[in-house]
Design a protein around this ligand. Structure first.
Ligand SMILES: Cc1cc2nc3c(=O)[nH]c(=O)nc-3n(C[C@H](O)[C@H](O)[C@H](O)COP(=O)(O)OP(=O)(O)OC[C@H]3O[C@@H](n4cnc5c(N)ncnc54)[C@H](O)[C@@H]3O)c2cc1C
Length: 477
């Protein structure tokens, strides 16, 4: 008989959280800590969503999305998780760029970028200062019609090289392009520029294990392999969820699953305003990614002068279509030295190459062509890496690729979206509780609310709203 992953689960909770990505887990943790009865349902066999890792023979561990996040993670983790987690966040000091327009190394903060822009790129110090101040003062209520391209044209007209330095890492971090609203750029760029790029020491598996422990200590009932099929609505409010053949009642639902799937499939248009359904339908998903994971043989090393994060490109100019093309010109290499996992007994080195990608380039390949294309991705990536680390091919023990189909398979994100939705998704996500009482969405949306920090912070915002609802409705009973 199939295992019952809901064995012992109650028939009713205060709140059901669908999905254990960083936003889902953070919401569940805060609500559990506040004393609500919380059920966290995850369809995969692991917690973490895109904040994940995998283990391969030979003891190789690969991180999928642990490449870098802003300093703000320390505060968010300390407040909404615990000090143990926050104290393991460390800075990456060696960020490199190499492309036909420039090669440089930076600590990736305002001070160092000011130095680079004024000395290497010859921009007037006043212009640089004004640009940074403008970006830092941007907020959600600014003019949303101004695009990132227009912002750059205002400060650095005709300077494609400057745009590349300022934009390439952000495109990599959240899939945003020059055509997206400038505020999405300004907010995310300023978050990084405040202090630089940070990473979690110990690896994703350590972070997620500590989060699981914290969730359990706050009495969150965690269930893996429990994919929610339907959210039931009664008299305009959420009433229950359908999962693994059971109906579990609840007063509120926080869905961390893809926004469009949540609204259009799990809830369904029958219970929503026509106009809202149309707007949800029109929300554009963000792009996907490909990755190549490479682990070195035991005893082999690479020099740390290679840097921590390395943005490489062979494209002569900076263009969104080139960044996404299957004909890859841009690769961002993340280097994992033994210090990434200092508590491991054996010294391990791994390199992960990431590239933004289109779902359509991978979706319809038959199995044979798919495997061939994956193998080509691995081979061409090793070739590209050889340029920077001669002889690395012979040091590699294992190399494999992930594609948009991989991300779709493990997280159910439509089109394998790596970074949720484009900007318009934020409004649709925020409006959900007005459509259905007790129904919330927390997860990567609107570019601003994506990435590790964005997802965690969105989980915080939404859990506060759910807490207010639960407390106020409890008082009415
Ligand atoms: C290749 C790659 C590299 C990245 N690199 C970085 C980086 O360096 N820095 C950074 O900050 N961010 C990075 N990101 C983005 C970051 O990982 C995500 O924005 C963030 O982890 C998303 O969190 P989330 O809360 O939105 O949920 P997700 O991680 O999207 O998780 C959603 C969860 O919901 C579950 N789910 C879906 N449907 C159901 C259902 N019906 N029932 C139950 N469960 C369900 C899924 O299985 C999943 O666990 C990267 C992403 C990718 C793909």
């Amino acid at each position: 008989m199939a295992k019952d992953f809901l064995k012992g689960a109650a028939d009713e909770y205060d709140v059901v959280v669908i999905g254990s990505g960083l936003a889902g887990m953070t919401s569940a943790n805060i609500l559990g800590r506040a004393g609500h009865r919380v059920l966290l349902l995850e369809q995969h066999y692991k917690l973490g969503g895109l904040a994940t890792w995998f283990l391969r023979p030979g003891g190789h561990i690969f991180d999928v999305s642990l490449h870098g996040f802003p300093h703000g993670m320390i505060k968010s983790c300390r407040r909404y998780w615990n000090r143990d987690i926050a104290d393991r966040i460390v800075q990456l000091k060696n960020i490199r760029f190499d492309n036909p327009q420039f090669s440089l190394t930076t600590s990736f903060n305002r001070e160092d970028f000011t130095r680079l822009l004024t000395t290497d790129f010859g921009i007037a110090p006043e212009t640089v200062k004004e640009f940074f101040d403008t970006a830092r003062n941007m907020n959600f209520y600014d003019d949303q019609q101004v695009t990132t391209r227009q912002l750059f044209d205002r400060f650095f007209p005709g300077r494609d090289d400057v745009v590349r330095l300022l934009m390439e890492p952000i495109t990599y971090a959240n899939g945003s392009t020059l055509e997206d609203p400038a505020i999405t750029y300004g907010i995310v760029f300023s978050n990084f520029m405040s202090k630089g790029v940070f990473i979690y020491e110990g690896g994703t598996e350590d972070l997620v294990a500590r989060m699981k422990k914290e969730l359990e200590s706050n009495n969150v009932d965690i269930r893996i392999r429990c994919g929610v099929d339907k959210i039931n609505v009664k008299d305009g409010s959420v009433n229950s969820v359908e999962v693994n053949g059971r109906t579990i009642r609840c007063r509120a639902v926080v869905s961390n699953a893809n926004l469009k799937t949540t609204v259009l499939k799990m809830l369904g248009s029958e219970v929503l305003d026509k106009d809202y359904v149309e707007r949800t339908d029109g929300v554009r998903l963000n792009n996907s990614s490909t990755q190549v994971y490479m682990a070195l043989k035991e005893g082999e090393e690479i020099d740390e002068s290679g840097g921590d994060l390395f943005f490489t490109s062979t494209a002569k100019e900076f263009r969104t279509d080139l960044l996404l093309s299957r004909d890859i010109t841009s690769r961002t290499f993340s280097f994992y030295y033994p210090r990434t996992r200092p508590e491991k007994k054996k010294d391990r080195y791994a390199i992960v190459s990431s590239t933004n990608a289109n779902w359509s380039d991978w979706a319809d390949l038959n199995e044979q062509d798919y495997q061939t294309s994956k193998q080509d991705l691995v081979e061409t990536t090793i070739e590209a890496l050889e340029k920077y680390i001669p002889g690395v091919r012979d040091k590699i023990d294992r190399a494999e690729a992930a594609t948009p189909r991989t991300f779709n398979h493990y997280t159910r994100h439509e089109l394998g979206a790596s970074f949720g939705t484009k900007f318009e998704g934020l409004g649709v996500s925020r409006e959900l509780p007005q459509q259905v009482g007790g129904m919330y969405h927390a997860g990567s949306v609107g570019i601003i609310m994506s990435g590790w920090l964005g997802a965690i912070n969105y989980g915080v915002i939404v859990s506060n709203e759910v807490d207010q609802l639960l407390v106020s409705t409890a008082n009415q009973h």
